[in-house]
Structure formats: C-alpha cells, structure tokens
Design a protein around this ligand. Structure first.
Ligand SMILES: Nc1ncnc2c1ncn2[C@@H]1O[C@H](COP(=O)(O)OP(=O)(O)OP(=O)(O)O)[C@@H](O)[C@H]1O
Length: 566
C-alpha cells in the first residue's frame, strides 16, 4: 500500500502540472486571440511548458518505479508463500494440487498479479482522485461544464461492474482450461518416450489438440469480452468528453465563459475520462490476475500436516497395530496390519505385488495420512509427529530416486552437507560406484537432469550412497535395489545390513534372497500380515513365503534355506 500510495501521488502531481500548463496555454491563446499577449506572456508560457514537461517526466518515472516496487513485493511475497506452503505440505502435496498447476500459478499466475498491484490498484485510486481534482479546477472556470463532465465519469465504472460477473465466470473457466492443458502437456512430455515406444503419440496429440482447441475457444471468448467492454468504455469516455465540449461551446456562445476558459474546458475534458478509461483496460488484466489469485489462495489454503507436532522420540522402534488404510475411503489396502521392528533391528516386509508394502512405507514416512489403528515410531504415533522432524529422522529409498542436475558431490551433499570427500567416497565404495566415478571426473562428475547420463543401476546406486550418508535412526528401503545388477546388489545389501544396530531398518523387497538375513520377515497378503518369522522358520512352515521362495529359487537358481546365496 505504501508503494501504491506513492504511485498515486506521483500521478496526481503529474495531473496538477498538466492542469496548470493547460490553463496557462488557454489563457495565452485567449490573449493572443484578443491581441493582448505581450512578450512576457510568451516567455512565461515557454517556462511553464518546460517545467511541466520536467515535472511530468519525473512523476511518470516515479509512478512506474513505485508500481514496479509494489508488484515486485507482491510477487516475491506470494512466491515465497507458495514455496513455503509446498515445503509444509511435503511429499503429499500431490494429493491436493497438480504439479503443473503449482508451476503455472507460481510463475504466470504471480506475473498476472503484477498488473493488479503495479497498475490496476494505483490507477483505481488515481481514477477517483483525477475527476474530482479537475472538477475543483474547472468549477472555477464554468460550473455547468464541470458538472456535466463529472456526471458522465461514473458511467465507466458502471460499465465495468456490468461485465464483472460475466468476466469473473469466464476467466475462472479460462484458468481451469489453462491448467488442465498444462497438466496434460506436462504428463505427455514426461511420458514422451513411452508414447513413442508404443506409437501412441498420435492419439495423445489428438487429445492435446482437442484440449488446445478448447483453450483457444475460451481465450477468444475472453478477448471478445475484453474488446466489447473496451468499446463500451471508449464510447462512454469520448461521448462524455464530447458532451463537455458541447456544453463549453454553448456556454461561450451564451457569454458565460471567455475563449481562454472554453479552451481550458475543451483541453481538459478528455483528462476527466482518461484515468477511468485506463482503469478499464487494466481491469481486464487485473481480473485475469484475480482469477489466478483464486487458484493461488486455494493452494495456500490446502490443509497442512499438523505443524509443530511432537518431536521425533529418542527411541527408534517401529510398531504397527491393527493398521488400516484406504486411498478412496472404500477399498482397504491395509486391513489390520500388525508388526514390530525393535530398535536397531533389520526387518523385511515381503509379499506379492499390490499387497500394500509401499503403502505401509508411505504411511511410515507421513507421505500418506489418515490411517486408522496405530503406527508408532519410538512409541509416538506417526500422525502426531512433526512432519519435518519425521523426514529428518527417517531415510527413504524407493526404486526410483531423484538426482539433480549438478555434480555427484552436490547430489551427495544434499544428504550430509558437512560430509568430507573421504566420507563421500566411502559411501560410493559401499555402493560400488567409486571405480566408475574415478574413471570419470570423480566427485565432480556432472549429472544431467534426473541423472539421465547414468545408467538406471548407477543412478540407483548413487541414490543409495546418498541415503547411507544421511545418518538417520530409521531407514526404509522400498525395492531400492530392484534395478541394480546382482553383484552390486550383494555389496549394497551388505552395506544396508551394516547399518542395522545403529539404525532400525525396514526392507521391502520382492527379491527374497535379500531378506534371508533379516531378524524378522513379515509376509503381507492382501493388506494383512499372514506370516512372520525368520527365513528358515517361514520356509519350514510351508506357507505363502515358502511358496514365493520356491518360485524364485526355481527361476533364479538359488537353494531354498540358503542365507544370501542366489
Ligand atoms: N495413489 C494410489 N491411489 C489409489 N490406490 C493406490 C494408490 N497407490 C497404490 N494403490 C493401491 O493400493 C494397493 C497396494 O499398493 P502398494 O503400492 O502398497 O503395493 P505394493 O505391495 O508395494 O506393490 P508392488 O510390490 O507392486 O510395489 C494396490 O492395490 C494399488 O492399486
């Protein structure tokens, strides 16, 4: 508001200078017409014109600068808030908003608000102030003309208000279409390789064309609406100015005003309307910003995980009791899971695809919320733990980890900012990546976006090295080695087992060779723990686990009952 006020003040100073100059010009022309103008009048006219030009240019620069500062502050504040909100929402942000929508509102949505705060708001106040100022001045010249002009000005806001409801609805739909198109575009771009592989890109292109066409149509409707309303505002503005001129001429004919006064009214008549007319133009862009701001405020209003929850406890045991969870509120994906992992223990969760293993991991990380029953770490319910604190104490490695564009060192330091090169190399040795990187540029080896210049297995080994550096009391490995070659997998599993004792480890793996050493194995089936025990006990029990082991042993050729052999 400070900057908006200053911007209005600059515009007003410029207007006053302009009025002063117009009055002097009109008076001098009147004198010239009457043949009464002396040299002194012409000199003072030249001085007034020069001073006015200087004042107006300084005021215009000041107003633009203030508008810029206002919009810069708003954009930066909003973007900080959006960023902070995403951090507070954590990995579960996708439950409430689509990624493309976040990008669109944070970038273009905030840019649209630039016009609202930088141009529309100052113009709004200036458009109220300018006609009143002009009225005050012209009333001293000729009251009827000043009144007629003042009365016509409010017709512009009336025209704006008339289209406002319609425009609001239309712009709401426009932004809906825009984010929908952005969403499809982002998804198709990310899946372009897959689409090419299956030659489905044409089908997706047709789908996108259809959405783009819908977006084109709504954009055209928005433009039509804007042009129509600008035409109406122009009619009012220039019609009003013409009415003022007509009154001025009539008044002069009636002898109520002299030539100088009549000229002053004619020259200033348009100034009554220009600010309102300008407001009308900004209004449409501002409305677009307002529609975007609705999306911004919806994002900022999304419910957050409880902040300032209970701090991560000193204990590290993990326990689930009668844990139930459903994604859609209907089908239970976990239907009463009970398991316990003692502090420093190495526990595995196995089961057929879709039985709920990753869901369990996501609940433990607080990535999914709204479970029933109990899931505790160190005796404290995960649901009441402080979300950031939980993530700082539980390291998760999934089957596909994110690597950032930058050096290997930068990617590793994400997990342990203070680690020295020796520690980084030790983690790389543990995941058998050191030899490869030594042949490249070592820790300074550059990674492309998502680590796309590494192989799938190398990416994953780097992600596991990063996790090993993140010294936390609890680790969750969810199919972390699924795309790693067998030899490296053995080395990595040895490093993972090496963590047990100082950290509690939950290992989710469909490769049963990895779990034979686990202190306890929980076998999930359709959202329930159906078996629990050590590898040998479960094999001896001859249940689901034994069946899964037999199937894998046959296909991979490792002997049932072996510990770690393949
Ligand atoms: N985001 C989701 N929305 C709705 N349902 C989901 C979602 N994610 C998973 N599911 C469902 O929950 C069930 C359990 O999925 P989950 O990913 O936990 O299985 P999993 O045991 O880890 O499988 P896999 O071994 O194949 O990774 C599946 O039936 C799946 O369809």
């Amino acid at each position: 508001m400070r900057y908006v006020g200053a911007s209005v003040a600059c515009q007003w100073v410029s207007l006053v200078a302009s009025i002063g100059m117009t009055l002097v010009v009109s008076r001098t022309l009147g004198l010239l017409w009457a043949g009464a103008a002396g040299e002194k009048d012409l000199v003072s006219l030249a001085i007034v014109v020069a001073v006015t030009a200087a004042v107006r240019s300084v005021a215009a620069m000041g107003s633009a600068r203030m508008g810029f500062l206002a919009s810069r502050e708003v954009k930066s504040t909003l973007r900080h808030r959006i960023y902070g909100k995403l951090l507070r929402l954590g990995p579960s942000y996708r439950e409430g908003v689509r990624t493309s929508e976040v990008v669109q509102v944070a970038v273009e949505g905030c840019d649209q608000l630039e016009t609202y705060f930088g141009a529309y708001l100052p113009q709004f106040f200036y458009a109220l102030l300018a006609p009143l100022t002009l009225f005050g001045v012209l009333a001293t010249v000729n009251v009827p003309a000043a009144v007629v002009l003042l009365v016509c000005v409010p017709l512009i806001p009336v025209a704006i208000a008339a289209v406002q409801t319609w425009a609001k609805r239309l712009l709401g739909r426009y932004w809906g279409q825009y984010t929908e198109l952005g969403d499809t575009f982002l998804e198709n771009l990310q899946g372009l390789t897959t689409l090419k592989v299956y030659q489905s890109d044409e089908f997706k292109q047709a789908e996108m064309n259809e959405q783009a066409e819908k977006f084109r149509r709504i954009t055209m409707r928005v433009l039509t609406m804007q042009l129509n309303s600008i035409t109406i505002m122009d009619l009012v503005a220039y019609g009003g100015a013409a009415a003022g001129v007509a009154v001025a001429l009539t008044q002069m004919a009636a002898g109520a005003v002299d030539l100088g006064g009549c000229l002053a009214i004619i020259l200033l008549a348009a100034d009554y309307f220009i600010p309102m007319r300008q407001l009308g133009s900004f209004f449409h862009v501002a409305m677009n910003g307002m529609a975007a701001s609705e999306k911004i405020f919806r994002l900022l209003g999304l419910p957050e995980p409880p902040a300032g929850g209970v701090a991560f406890p000193g204990r590290r045991d993990v326990c689930a009791h009668d844990l139930r969870f459903s994604y859609d509120g209907e089908r239970e994906v976990l239907s009463g899971v009970s398991l316990d992992v003692t502090a420093g223990g190495f526990v595995a969760v196995v089961g057929e695809s879709g039985c709920g293993k990753s869901t369990l991991a996501a609940l433990l990380l607080g990535r999914l919320r709204g479970y029933q029953g109990s899931l505790t770490v160190g005796g404290v319910e995960v649901g009441v733990l402080d979300a950031a604190d939980l993530l700082a104490h539980v390291t998760y490695v999934g089957h596909e980890s994110y690597l950032f564009k930058g050096t290997v060192r930068e990617n590793l330091l994400v997990a342990a900012s203070g680690a020295g090169d020796d520690e980084l190399w030790a983690a790389l040795e543990a995941t058998r990546l050191a030899a490869f990187l030594r042949g490249e540029a070592g820790l300074d080896t550059m990674l492309a976006e998502r680590g796309s210049n590494l192989s799938g297995g190398q990416r994953q080994r780097l992600a596991i090295a990063r996790a090993l550096l993140h010294a936390t009391p609890v680790y969750v490995f969810d199919e972390a080695t699924s795309n790693v070659d067998a030899e490296s997998e053995d080395a990595i599993m040895a490093a993972v087992r090496g963590l047990s004792g100082r950290a509690t480890i939950l290992l989710i793996s469909h490769r049963l060779a990895n779990v034979v050493d686990a202190d306890k194995i929980f076998v999930l089936d359709d959202g329930r723990v159906v078996e629990r025990g050590r590898h040998d006990e479960l094999v001896a029990a001859g249940g689901l686990y034994a069946r899964l082991v037999r199937i894998q042993a046959e296909s991979l050729g490792w002997s049932v009952g072996s510990t770690g052999g393949r």
